[in-house]
Each structure stands twice: as C-alpha cells, then as structure tokens.
Write a new protein. Structure first.
Length: 624
C-alpha cells in the first residue's frame, strides 16, 4: 500500500477507538445505560448505527461474488436471509416490540408468556439462542475479515514456532481487528457502539461514492455495454436459470450450473415462502432488536426502522456494483482462463480488486470503509449477545440483587467470553459460505415457527414456544451436520440425496417439525394466565387470533380490534418493491444502463409516495 492509504487507515482506527473510549463513561450508570444507551439516543442516530451494523464485510464479499456471476437477479438471493424482514419490522413489528419497554428480546418473551415455569423455559431458550447466534456471527466475521485482510495487506504476519504454524496470517489479522474493536465496545456499551457506527457509516458512504465515481472516469459507456451480457442486467426470470456467459467467459456457466440455484423459479418461490414466516417472526434477538428497544418511543422505533432501510441500500450497492464492474474488467479474464472457477474464487474478488485496481487515496478510504463495515457489525453483536447473558441469565437466575457497577463489570466479562468463543469457532470454519449456511439454516430455520405464532395466536403458550424452538433447532442442526458430511456418503444413498438438496428447499421440513413441537407443547399444557395475556394484548395490540382475550377486557381496557392486517401486508408488498428499487438503482447506474436506472428511480419515487400516505402518516398519529 502507498503511504497515503496507510495514513488514512491509521487515522480512521485512531479516530474510531478515540471516540469509542471517550463516550464510554456514559455507559457506567447501569445495565439500561450500558446495553440500551439509557433509551436516550435519537432515532436517526440509531438508524445510521443499525444500517452500519448491517454493512458487514463478509456479506459484502459474498454479494460481490454473486452479483459478479449472476447479474442483477442476484439481489433475490438476499431473500434467503430474508433481507426484506427489515420491511416488516418497519411497517409494524418495531412498534409492537418497543411497546414492551424491556431490555432484551428474551425479557420480552416473559411479557408474552409470564414469569411462571413455562414462561421461564421460553425465556431461557431465547437467551441461549441469542448467545449462540452472537458467537456464530462473530465466527462469521472472524473468517471474512481474515480472508479479506490477507489479500489486501502485503505483510506475512503468521506466527510460527519452528516448523509449526501456530497462527496463519488470516487469523492474526482477524485477531488484531477484533482486539481493537473489542476495546471500545466492552468499555462503552451502546453509547460507544452507536457513536462509532455513525462515523463508520459516513466513511462507508464516502468510500462507495468515490469508487463508483472512479469507474465513471475509467471506462466509457461503450466499453461497459460490450463487456456485460444483456441477460446480466435483466431482472425477469423463468423456472430455470440458464447460463448467459459466452466467448472467453463461458467457463462461468459451469459454476452457475453447480451452485444449486438452477431451479431459479422454485428457489425464489421458496425464499418468499420462508421470508414471509421469518419476517413476521420478527428480528432475532440480536443487535437489530437492541436498536428497536433503545429508541425513546414506539413512534421513534418505526422511524428508526424506516430510516435504516432508506440509508443502507443505495450506498452499499454503489460500492458493490463498482467493485463488481472492476472485477469484470480485470479479474474475470484471469478466472475464466484459470481452468475451473470455484465459489472461493468469488469470495476474494472484493479484496483482489481493491488490492490491484483501485487508485491511491480511494484505496485507503475504501479499506477504511470496509474495516468500518467489519468493526461496526462486530461491535453490534458484541453489545447484543452479552445483554442476554447478564440480564436474562446471570441477573435473573444467579444474582438478582447487586449494584449497577457489579452488573456492568459482569457485562465486560460476558462480552469478553462471547468474543473468545466466537474466535474459537472461527478457527474451525471452512469458509464464509459454510458459516452462512449454518446461520441461515440451523439457527434461523429453528427460530421461525415459534416466533411467528407468538404474535398472532392467543392460545400459544410458553411450553409451546420452548418445544417449538427446541425441535426446530435440533432438526435444523441435524440437517446442517448431514450437509457437512456430504462428500462421505455413498452415491445413490438416502443421505447422499438428502445432503445434496439445497438448504432453502428443506425449510418446509424444519418448519413442519417446529410447528409440530409448537402445537404439541401448547395443547398438552395449560394456557398462559389470562392476566398475562390481557396485559400483553393491551400494551402491544397485535392483529391475529386474539378474540378470547379481547372478550375478557373491560370497557376501560378495551382498545378495539387491530384491523390493520390488510394495510400492513399491503405496505410490506410495496415496501419490498421499494427496497428492491434501492438495490437495483445504483447497480444500473454504475453499469450505465440509464433506461433501467430511470425505471428504478421512478419505482422508488412511486413506492415512496404510496408509503408516505399508507405508512408514514399512520406512524405520525401514534401517541408515543
């Protein structure tokens, strides 16, 4: 790297750590201050922080790879998570969650099922889920950051003892980044996380604009049009995904045929099916939910979630599209002539482009932006996971009476423990893709059914939630273990066949077992106490099957039936189109398809106008 790039990165790191440590003194007042910022942080800062946390480097590397190979259709791959769960949160879930006025998603479960044995069982399994998810994501970041840094930085920093390599360069770089981020995250809690993430988001936006601008000066429209196949820019699709690369790049068609997305129509349909249930289930108990619970009011929670959608996608995809364009110009010929392209080749397009094909200055800012992406997402999970350990496990079951100072110190220890476990797991990860599949299939697969039912069905109780979560997690974990051993099974056997089915198509299996556990657990045990159900309904006021509860409310308690289901679902459909337009707009702009850029902008404008009347005006009328 040029000395200018090194200076930019060094200034960024010093500034981030300095701000994080400076505001840390605000976090010492207690758990509410440490994990939620005392519910005093303004919604637009939380929105920028939330968007920054979603701008992770591992995910960005993956998105660069799939956009490179599949073209603009690849944005639908994000529906596997699903990415549009943020739309559902924006439209109604943020308000429902914030009205609980609790500290964590696990504590929120007690307000739904009560504090009896069944409620505590459901409460405990959510806390365990949150901690395991945080550890898994830290491993995901550990793997992605290390792979990214070794391609970018020229120094071999491997730790070798004799002939034995104790730590390779990927692991050393990842550990350095994690150590720097952990310092201010553990010290300052939510105040440090939000303060640094606002700075980091600004750097990422600037980096995205600069690298996109660089591509406009480097290539003519005619060069881009000649390089990119027309099918690459097409959003429409059929039941089968056919290879569209030709000439020197025909080798890429082989990789498309072997990645498991050949039946693209079925893949998109299953992603939407899974996405609907996963989205109504609500955000997992992680940093996203912590941002919602940190807002001042339910109205602010809705504003924050909408603002996150608005600010995240355009700058992120400006950066991704520009990196992909540079990759198509410079990296694609090398890959096509390499004699066999693999998914691992796609994962390193991002760092290879930055390393070799970005000018001095922009390279430093881009590196600082991607470091910011890693650090912001990592710090968000380091802040979220320990909240469940301290507030929902340690404080509730082991030491219910202690000083605020004691609990803050316990939070420091819990944060360090979560980071350590995540790093250990990262050492055993094969690739970013393997951890992504584990998180999306095993963890999120087991989460969906029970958390979908908790909102909409009054009879669903704590034991139903516990057994629904547990059965889903067990089946999903077994599926993941079978997938990992795919290469060892005899061809033609049931295990071989099962292991080679893409994980997204097995979602109904996980959902079915989880629903079975939920229904058996619910019907074989007594309902939740009426008092708890009435308190939950009158505070959160969800739509769904709550008639038996409403009938027991007095006139003073009666808040009327929530009739917004149709409007909320309409807003979600419009919101998905709105979100998609913000992804497609920067991609089309960077690849100089001005006609589709104009169409994307028009769609963005029309959907924004619709949501102004159907969502924003409704939020403004909220009383809190």
């Amino acid at each position: 790297m040029d000395s200018i790039d090194v200076i930019i990165i060094a200034v960024y790191l010093l500034l981030t750590i300095g701000i994080g440590v400076y505001v840390a003194k605000k976090a010492s007042k207690g758990l509410d201050s440490y994990f939620l910022g005392g519910k005093s942080i303004k919604w637009y800062y939380l929105g920028l922080s939330n968007g920054s946390g979603m701008f992770d480097v591992s995910g960005t590397a993956w998105m660069v790879g799939i956009l490179f190979l599949y073209g603009v259709k690849s944005f639908m791959f994000m529906w596997m998570w699903p990415i549009f769960n943020q739309v559902f949160v924006m439209m109604f879930l943020a308000v429902w969650i914030r009205r609980s006025n609790v500290m964590t998603g696990s504590e929120w479960i007690l307000s739904r099922f009560g504090d009896d044995k069944a409620g505590r069982a459901s409460h405990l399994i959510v806390a365990i889920f949150a901690v395991v998810a945080s550890v898994g994501f830290i491993a995901y970041f550990f793997e992605g950051a290390g792979k990214f840094m070794t391609v970018i930085l020229p120094w071999d920093v491997s730790l070798v003892l004799g002939d034995v390599t104790l730590l390779n360069a990927e692991q050393v770089y990842a550990l350095i980044l994690i150590l720097l981020t952990t310092i201010y995250t553990i010290k300052g809690g939510m105040f440090s996380v939000v303060s640094t993430e606002v700075l980091q988001f600004g750097i990422m936006v600037l980096a995205g604009i600069l690298v996109a601008g660089y591509t406009f000066f480097s290539f003519t429209d005619a060069e881009i049009t000649a390089l990119i196949p027309e099918e690459w820019t097409t959003v429409t699709f059929g039941s089968q995904l056919t290879g569209f690369w030709a000439g020197d790049f025909e080798e890429f068609n082989t990789l498309i045929d072997t990645q498991g997305y050949k039946m693209f129509g079925a893949f998109v349909g299953m992603s939407l099916f899974k996405g609907f249930f996963a989205s109504i289930a609500g955000p997992t108990p992680s940093y996203d939910m912590q941002r919602i619970l940190s807002t001042r009011t339910a109205k602010d929670a809705a504003y924050m979630s909408g603002f996150t959608n608005l600010v995240l996608f355009i700058p992120r995809y400006l950066m991704i599209a520009a990196i992909v364009l540079l990759g198509l110009v410079y990296i694609a010929p090398e890959l096509a002539n390499s004699g066999g392209v693999t998914s691992n080749d796609l994962e390193v397009i991002l760092p290879q482009v930055i390393n070799n094909h970005v000018p001095v200055g922009i390279k430093g800012l881009l590196l600082a932006g991607l470091l910011a992406a890693f650090m912001s997402t990592f710090s968000a999970f380091v802040n979220a996971g320990p909240a469940y350990i301290v507030n929902d496990i340690y404080k509730k079951y082991f030491k219910p009476e202690a000083s605020d100072r004691h609990y803050v110190k316990a939070s420091h220890v819990a944060s360090f423990a979560v980071v350590t476990l995540g790093v250990i797991m990262g050492f055993f990860a094969d690739s970013i893709n393997s951890i992504t599949l584990w998180i999306t299939s095993s963890l999120y697969g087991g989460y969906v059914a029970a958390n979908f039912l908790k909102w909409i069905w009054w009879r669903f109780n704590g034991w139903g939630y516990f057994w629904g979560m547990l059965s889903g997690l067990i089946v999903a974990t077994l599926q993941f273990m079978i997938d990992q051993g795919a290469s060892t099974y005899a061809e033609g056997s049931f295990l071989y066949w099962y292991a080679h089915i893409p994980a997204i198509y097995l979602f109904p299996v996980i959902l079915g077992f989880s629903l079975l556990g939920s229904f058996l657990g619910t019907y074989l045990t007594p309902p939740t106490a009426t008092k708890t159900l009435k308190r939950f309904y009158t505070s959160v006021h969800p739509w769904g099957w709550w008639k038996p509860v409403r009938e027991q409310l007095t006139e003073e308690e009666q808040v009327g039936k929530n009739k917004d289901f149709g409007l909320d679902m309409f807003n979600c459909i419009v919101g998905i189109v709105w979100q998609s337009s913000m992804i497609l707009l920067p991609i089309y702009l960077v690849v100089r398809d001005y006609e589709k850029t104009a169409v994307s902008f028009l769609v963005f404008g029309v959907t924004s106008l619709i949501l102004k009347f159907t969502w924003l005006d409704k939020v403004k009328k909220l009383k809190n």
